[in-house]
Design a protein around this ligand. Structure first.
Ligand code: GLA
Length: 661
């Protein structure tokens, strides 16, 4: 990770956002310069949607206007995060290359007139993307304003067209080696799906009933690899002409189209976009969830919050405004967890066009507005946190997060529509967040030995190596909670035979699951310890574990629902149902206590977020956010960097950054 080069260049943490000056004129640019200075902006992302202006016709470039903006920003003390504009090809491109337009699963081809109107696998698109990336790198590779490269914008599209089919077949040959192996992996002996030539294989498109789950899982893997290949091509084209770090702004949404562990290994620094989907404390929990994912994909290194909504909370059918103070609180929630700054989408709210109602640092009302005053105050706060650069958060607990398991759980035909990978992951994180712990996400094959507690909330797919790694983690002293419907299938989606979960994990948990018994919608059951549960139950027997709670209904009456197994020097816990919120929170609290996973700054009440950033040289800072509407005395008074003064109490909704060491 190359984040140090960015913060050294900026002289502290990054503050700013997407800047689309091509929407404005000279008078506004002059005001921009002055307002950016006022808001302490030091980094602007430029050019994300500029393809049509930069290359008005194929192979003819017009860089003059961009030269002027880069020079102006540089003179004004603002460094540039220069984007390649490949997320929005111009109309001339799609008219010249209609085969590069994306196709829907039902075969309908989309048109231009929006953005992201391209198919990643179309050779014409890939050539055009490499060409514009190369042209930009040649021209600006060592421009003094340039601090960072921003490839593309949120790789999100999916397309099952004929170009994709051809590329998918190449990928499948490499993965499976032979058609026999593919037929075996996908279980095509059933439903007469046996393939006798590669050309018969298609990406998943609209079909009569269930898709083959092996086909959809492999397609998800393929698409992620293909997207990564497209990123790498641009990155390498840039690296041939520039030594500045390269990133792409990743989405960490509620669905998964990319294996972000793989992206984390290929970017010079991880950057993400975060848009909360709920107001209040839920927004804070979501920020923590995304920020912890970003740091984890960055291998624990510092990373960058590339975009956040300045004043918007997207709640489905309406866009809510943030509450006063949220701009600082949300920015600090990310910085606390290792972000080397806080950037927004976008600097100035569009007067026209597709994103006119997306909020911005300078709203339609102009600088005389609550939003801009908060933006300025947040900019001043971030400017005081320069000494945090290069430090990052550390966690003593982890939630397992595996891209394959997520994709696999999206397959058609599972036993309950309530099996939801993302929801399970969020719930585990939320319970730990509510308990005041900083959380890492970890892959089941990672070294887990640094964690006191590991939660595996939805590990439907688990490889032999992953199961063995978890067994070893428990044997070596770890505390592991595995939740229902985990360790069920291997990497080919083949069911584990002879009892679930996968054998080495069964050993660590001291149980054997014989039968899954999903509950009826809205059915609520009570366990022998008084806790209540919904959604799912399992028929299991202990093989060494002790039963901590049992079912009290139907044929499962008396059989274990929650178990704990002393194994080696650790403990393997298994929860075979979905506890209600209070029961789940109590279980997580019990696990934290038994595992000895203490908060880094004890003594704070629930509702006060405290995360510690650690520098390699031993210095550390507590970042505190009070979500309560009352003042909270600090367990240890300290020097607050935000006010540069002593602090003994956090005000309602207030924040502080204290030197811990
Ligand atoms: C994103 C995009 C931006 C912009 C914002 C709007 O995440 O990257 O281009 O559309 O959302 O809030």
């Amino acid at each position: 990770m190359d984040i140090r080069r960015l913060t050294d260049r900026l002289g502290g943490l990054a503050y700013g956002g997407d800047y689309n000056p091509e929407q404005w004129d000279d008078e506004v640019w002059k005001e921009d310069d002055q307002l950016m200075r006022r808001a302490r902006v030091n980094l602007a992302t430029v050019g994300v949607f500029s393809w049509a202006l930069l290359e008005p016709e194929e192979g003819r470039y017009d860089f003059g206007w961009l030269d002027a903006h880069l020079d102006r920003l540089h003179t004004n003390g603002v460094a540039v995060d220069l984007a390649t504009p490949t997320a929005s090809p111009p109309p001339w491109f799609t008219l010249a290359h209609p085969d590069a337009l994306p196709v829907r699963p039902d075969g309908a081809r989309l048109t231009h007139g929006s953005r992201d109107t391209y198919c990643l696998t179309a050779p014409a698109y890939r050539r055009a993307a490499r060409r514009i990336a190369t042209a930009l790198a040649e021209r600006y590779g060592d421009h003094p304003a340039l601090a960072l490269w921003h490839v593309h914008n949120e790789y999100v599209t999916l397309c099952p067209c004929d170009h994709t089919a051809a590329a998918f077949r190449v990928w499948l040959r490499a993965r499976h080696g032979s058609l026999d192996a593919l037929n075996e992996a996908w279980g095509t002996a059933f439903w007469s799906q046996h393939y006798t030539s590669w050309e018969q294989i298609l990406p998943p498109r609209a079909t009569q009933w269930h898709h083959n789950p092996g086909q959809t899982l492999d397609f998800s893997r393929f698409w992620s690899d293909e997207t990564l290949a497209a990123y790498r091509e641009q990155r390498d084209a840039i690296r041939a002409h520039s030594d500045r770090p390269v990133t792409t702004n990743l989405m960490v949404p509620s669905y998964q189209n990319l294996d972000l562990w793989a992206f984390g290994r290929e970017v010079d620094l991880v950057s993400i976009d975060h848009y909360p989907g709920a107001p209040g404390v839920d927004a804070a929990a979501q920020a923590a969830f995304d920020a912890d994912r970003a740091r984890s994909f960055a291998g624990g290194c510092p990373w960058l919050l590339m975009e956040q909504g300045t004043n918007t909370v997207y709640t489905g059918d309406r866009v809510l405004a943030k509450e006063p103070g949220d701009i600082l609180r949300h920015s600090l929630a990310h910085i606390a967890r290792g972000s080397e700054g806080a950037l927004f989408f976008q600097w100035r709210q569009s007067r026209a066009g597709a994103e006119q109602w997306h909020s911005a640092m300078v709203p339609h009302a102009g600088p005389d507005s609550r939003t801009f005053r908060e933006v300025t105050a947040t900019g001043e706060a971030v400017a005081r946190l320069g000494e945090l650069a290069g430090s990052t958060a550390r966690a003593g607990v982890a939630v397992l997060h595996d891209s394959d398991a997520w994709w696999a759980m999206g397959a058609d035909g599972l036993p309950s529509a309530e099996l939801d990978y993302f929801a399970a992951l969020r719930r585990a994180h939320r319970a730990l967040w509510d308990a005041g712990r900083t959380v890492d996400f970890a892959h089941p094959a990672h070294d887990l030995s640094r964690y006191e507690l590991v939660l595996a909330p939805a590990l439907f797919l688990l490889t032999d190596a992953g199961a063995e790694n978890l067994r070893r983690y428990v044997a070596d002293g770890g505390t592991l909670l595995v939740q229902h419907f985990s360790g069920v299938v291997d990497e080919r989606l083949h069911s584990r035979l002879g009892g679930y979960p996968a054998a080495p994990l069964r050993e660590a948990l001291g149980i054997r699951v014989e039968e899954y018994r999903p509950l009826r919608r809205d059915e609520r059951i009570t366990l022998s310890d008084g806790s209540t549960a919904t959604s799912w139950s399992e028929s299991l027997r202990t093989e060494g574990a002790e039963a901590l709670a049992a079912y009290t209904h139907g044929m499962l009456t008396g059989s274990p629902a929650l178990t704990r197994h002393a194994f080696g020097s650790g403990h393997g816990w298994y929860l075979s149902t979905r506890l209600d919120d209070a029961g789940y929170a109590a279980l997580v609290q019990r696990l934290l206590t038994e595992a000895g996973a203490a908060p880094e700054l004890p003594g704070l009440p629930p509702g006060v977020e405290a995360v510690t950033r650690h520098a390699p040289d031993g210095r550390a800072w507590h970042v505190l956010i009070n979500h309560l509407s009352e003042p909270v005395p600090l367990p240890r008074p300290g020097h607050d960097l935000l006010t540069d003064g002593p602090l003994i109490e956090l005000s309602p909704g207030g924040c502080a950054v204290l030197r811990a060491r």
